[in-house]
Design a protein around this ligand. Structure first.
Ligand code: ZN
Length: 159
């Protein structure tokens, strides 16, 4: 495994639509391993391949309940609403308020090529939305209703 450099906004690679993975090659498995290691090292809860400069539809997430690897993920169902604070490893210390669905079901391939459906609520639902947006070249700063000041504290659902 190896750490990869995290691409920072306004790098143009963060604005591209990523291509699907056609075949799970050793190269893709290495990418998954490196992304997980890079995410942990950077103390993030999710990382999408374009954030390490690879324009493929690959995402890793860990909100504290174990590593989730997603290849060619799609949101197939969502419901509810949550409003909360969001940040991004590609946007350094910026944080903003973003409204997302509260419950999201994603269909994706795992590293063995099995198609799985995973439902997440709260933070996991938010991470699914945030990371899948990256695959479309969309960042949370495009969707935030308001940016937080550097030392501002935000309490869930206060606005
Ligand atoms: Zn991000």
């Amino acid at each position: 495994m190896a750490l990869r450099n995290i691409v920072k906004d306004p790098d143009a690679r963060l604005r591209k639509v990523c291509r699907p993975v056609k075949e799970i090659t050793p190269h893709i498995l290495q990418l998954l391993d490196d992304m997980a290691e890079t995410m942990v090292y950077a103390d993030g809860v999710g990382l999408a391949a374009p954030q390490v400069g690879v324009l493929r539809r690959v995402v890793v997430i860990d909100v504290g309940d174990g590593l989730i690897e997603l290849i060619n993920p799609e949101i197939i169902e969502f419901s509810g609403e949550q409003t909360g604070q969001e940040g991004c490893l590609s946007c350094d210390d910026r944080r903003g308020i973003v409204t997302r669905p509260n419950k999201v079901t994603v269909r994706a391939m795992d590293r063995d090529g099995n198609v799985r459906e995973i439902t997440g609520e709260g933070l996991l639902a938010r991470a699914f939305c945030h990371e899948l947006d990256h695959l479309e070249g969309v960042l949370f700063i495009d969707k935030m209703s308001r940016e937080l000041e550097e030392d501002e504290e935000y309490f869930e659902d206060e606005e």
